[in-house]
Write a protein that binds this ligand. Structure first.
Ligand SMILES: NC(=O)C1=CN([C@@H]2O[C@H](COP(=O)(O)OP(=O)(O)OC[C@H]3O[C@@H](n4cnc5c(N)ncnc54)[C@H](OP(=O)(O)O)[C@@H]3O)[C@@H](O)[C@H]2O)C=CC1
Ligand SMILES: Nc1nc(=O)c2c([nH]1)NC[C@@H]1CN(c3ccc(C(=O)N[C@@H](CCC(=O)O)C(=O)O)cc3)C=[N+]21
Ligand SMILES: [Mg+2]
Length: 299
């Protein structure tokens, strides 16, 4: 399967298009003498994957003309000290939005950290206020990966209304919120949704019913050909680093879908890398722009 096969969903290109739109809006704000959006990120410890994602987020900010701040702390920072840093960002009028990169060290209660973020600045959309508003259909800062998936389907021209979407994985940051968004009565959604997890009985049989598969499990190549109805649309969220001696970096990135055997069956499919990952970053930028403009919570 060539990389540029027509049925590939090019998340990287679609994310670029969104960034160009955001950059134009930043230029407009600037010309109107308004403040440029500013995103901050807190990174605790030295996890390789987290370092890459946070670096990509900061670079993306520069690309669209945002201000950006990266705050780094050692893995032994106390929970109290981290909560104080979160509060400092809450209180800093220069910062429009910020994220605390997950996972956090085990001695820190991630829920507590997330609940300390002011919902107005919660551009990850992880705060219970934003999640609750999303469920209720109120304006909210939406989690980036789930909204990125919905946006990707829309911009790739994939029909969702009435389609059966099967989501595999029920995490708070991907599986659960994407299942909620896909079921919403929106032009870009209106799916019938099934949410699968590690206790799901006869999982291959359930996934085989899907018109749209969203795989968010974190197990490389979990979705195999026998689970895919011919013609299904396949969205691969997984990004697991596996050791690869053939790569300069020493690792390669693996999705949750066995691409080699599933791609020939799928009508459309996202690659890893170059699919959902870049969309997550584009939607984070979009949330920061919306936060800066007070679109969700008027200033
Ligand atoms: N591209 C992007 O922008 C992003 C990518 N990711 C990637 O997506 C993947 C998932 O991340 P995340 O949602 O945080 O993962 P979590 O580890 O938080 O959740 C994994 C989910 O998969 C389910 N699961 C695990 N094993 C099985 C199995 N054998 N059968 C069925 N379900 C199973 C778990 O079920 P249970 O609840 O029963 O334990 C759980 O609900 C990871 O590879 C992550 O790196 C994540 C965020 C953004
Ligand atoms: N507070 C918080 N918010 C997050 O949004 C968050 C998080 N914590 N912790 C980890 C997960 C994971 N995640 C990714 C984002 C971008 C890519 C991405 O851009 N991937 C590129 C490849 C990058 C590479 O080369 O490694 C791609 O798929 O093409 C991947 C994964 C955000 N997450
Ligand atoms: Mg997790």
């Amino acid at each position: 399967m060539p990389e540029n096969a027509p049925h590939l969903i090019d998340g990287k290109q679609i994310a670029e298009d969104i960034k160009v739109e955001i950059a134009a809006e930043v230029a407009r704000l600037k010309a109107a003498g308004q403040k440029v959006p500013h995103l901050a990120a807190i990174l605790v410890g030295h996890d390789g994957g987290s370092e890459t994602y946070v670096r990509n987020k900061v670079l993306a900010c520069e690309r669209v003309g945002f201000g950006s701040t990266l705050l780094r702390f050692e893995a032994d920072i106390t929970e109290a000290a981290l909560l104080a840093e979160v509060q400092r960002l809450n209180d800093d009028p220069e910062i429009d939005g910020f994220i605390v990169q997950l996972p956090l060290p085990r001695h820190i209660d991630a829920e507590k950290v997330i609940e300390t973020i002011q919902p107005e600045k919660d551009v990850d959309g992880f705060h219970p206020t934003n999640l609750g508003r999303m469920v209720a259909g109120l304006p909210a800062l939406l989690p980036a990966t789930p909204s990125g998936i919905v946006e990707l389907l829309a911009r790739a021209g994939i029909k969702t209304s009435g389609q059966h979407a099967v989501v595999i994985g029920r995490s708070n940051i991907v599986g659960t919120p994407v299942s909620i968004l896909l079921a919403k009565n929106l032009d870009t959604a209106n799916c019938t949704v099934t949410l699968c997890h590690s206790r799901t009985k006869n999982l291959p049989e359930v996934v085989r019913q899907a018109d749209i598969i969203v795989a968010a499990i974190g197990r490389p190549e979990f979705v195999t050909a026998d689970m895919v109805k011919p013609g299904a649309v396949v969205i691969d969220v997984g990004t697991t680093r596996v050791t690869d001696a053939n790569k300069k970096s020493g690792y390669s990135l693996k999705g949750d879908v066995n691409f080699a055997e599933v791609a020939p069956l799928a009508s459309r499919i996202t690659p890893v890398p170059g699919g959902v990952g870049p969309m997550t970053i584009a939607m984070l930028l979009l949330n920061t722009l919306r936060a800066a403009k007070g679109e969700v919570y008027p200033k």
